[in-house]
Design a protein around this ligand. Structure first.
Ligand SMILES: [Zn+2]
Length: 250
């Protein structure tokens, strides 16, 4: 799944960088990490001084002999560097990515709020409406800017999709429930809930053996999970009773 962060160019993030109070330790004096000696050696071995013309008014540098931005003779290419310099110099208000430990609170609130609406509708057994809210919450969750902690998005998204899988199962749309469960597992493999949802969907489809396997995999990650154990015993009983009839009805 690629949630490649599609904002139209120029479209502003609604959560544009109101990232709560600044963290006390993130003061301007940046702590530079100690350079790795091996990488440092590679950089130094590769280092070769070049002659440049600096044109500050153009925010650009050129090769000295040919005044060229990209010069084959000098084997120099400053196109990318000059473009970056121009963008930074002409857009003083440009938002540089904040540190990776900062998480957009507005976005989190929007995701949580929408998910809670879904949960309320789910409890009221308004499953199609719950599904719509979960879908909305998921689409907000994947708008997280790429510099935010990926782990955070995974947890947020997997919870929403897991709830949506449950809502699909309640609507007896077991194929969609299964697809969502698979997504949850793909995003957060060691979380018991994905395996539980998958087994639920498979039981709905009458695939008891596969359901049993899904539960076994979940239990391999979390052997003491009560929900998985209880459902596993239930499925085992169904298999012994020869309860594969749901499939034939479908
Ligand atoms: Zn040149």
């Amino acid at each position: 799944m690629s949630h490649s962060h599609t904002h139209a160019p120029g479209e502003s993030h609604s959560h544009s960088h109101s990232h709560g109070p600044p963290q006390p330790q993130a003061q301007p004096q940046m702590m530079l990490p100690t350079p790795d000696p091996a990488s440092q050696a590679i950089i130094e071995a590769d280092f070769r001084p070049v002659s440049l013309i600096v044109a500050p008014e153009a925010y650009a540098v050129f090769c000295q002999d040919h005044k060229s931005e990209k010069c084959e003779i000098c084997d120099q290419d400053y196109v990318g560097l000059n473009r970056l310099a121009k963008i930074l110099a002409t857009n003083p208000a440009i938002a540089a990515p904040p540190p990776p430990n900062v998480v957009s609170r507005n976005l989190s609130q929007a995701v949580n709020h929408t998910k809670e609406e879904g949960n309320t509708l789910y409890k009221q057994k308004k499953h199609p409406m719950a599904i719509a809210r979960y879908t909305m919450a998921a689409s907000i969750a994947v708008q997280r800017p790429p510099w935010e902690t990926n782990q955070f998005m995974r947890e947020e998204l997997s919870t929403i999709i897991s709830n949506r899988s449950a809502a699909y199962a309640e609507s007896q749309d077991y194929i969609s429930a299964l697809a969502d469960a698979e997504t949850v597992i793909a995003v957060r493999r060691n979380w018991s809930k994905g395996h539980f949802r998958k087994a639920k969907a498979l039981v709905g489809l009458g695939e008891l053996q596969e359901a049993k396997e899904a539960l076994q995999l979940g239990l391999a990650y979390e052997p003491t999970n009560a929900e998985l154990s209880a459902f596993s015993a239930e499925v085992e009983k169904m298999i012994q009773n020869g309860d594969e009839k749901v499939k034939d009805e479908a």
